[in-house]
Design a protein around this ligand. Sequence first.
Ligand code: HEC
Length: 189
Amino acid sequence: MRKLLFLILIGLLFACSDEESSKIEDTTEYRKISSQFVKKLGSVLMKEMQTGGPMRAVAVCADTAQELTNSVGQEFGVDISRVSLKSRNPLNAPDENEAAILKRFEELKLSGELTDTTEFAQMISKDGVNFIHYMKPITTQPICLTCHGSEKEVSPEVENLIKSKYPEDRARGYKIGDVRGAISIYKQI
Ligand code: HEC
């Protein structure tokens, strides 16, 4: 009888682990890459805002955000990007997977369940290749409103500069705490 119970237990464990196989238990590595990337980008932004103001920061952001994204990706051997459902740069538009998870983050925000530790990781297959896909939400802070806020918060000169560089800009009208977008990491396995 004990042996039978034991076998049933083992069977259950396997059944569970099978079901869970598409979820990633340990996200430490991805969380680290994500936070290093956010820090790097944030420090460039802060430095430019403090020394040259928002006009200079827009110019620098426009030139370096994509570059920095690529170099961090190469450094860690992953494909990393910043994505948003309302992107400023069309290069930051989400793919289907990313859009679904961004929507989930927005739902969590609406129900008051979005926290500093919210993240998402899964194993996926794209064109027959397996990837770990990790996402971490990026929320809107007061400083972000200078360039992503409402008409009252974005000065006309900043607005004009942004429009000239990003004619398809949709990244406006955000409020503090809103999900501005997410870091998305794909790692081939
Ligand atoms: C000085 C203006 C400025 C400020 C301040 C600013 N951003 Fe941006 N943001 C930009 C520009 C310009 C881009 C487009 C960068 C590119 O070409 O990839 C951008 C793009 C983004 C993107 C990528 C998705 C998209 O919309 O294309 C995210 C996410 C983002 N910003 C979040 C933030 C957050 C969070 C803050 C506050 C911590 C912030 N930004 C502050 C100018 C700014």
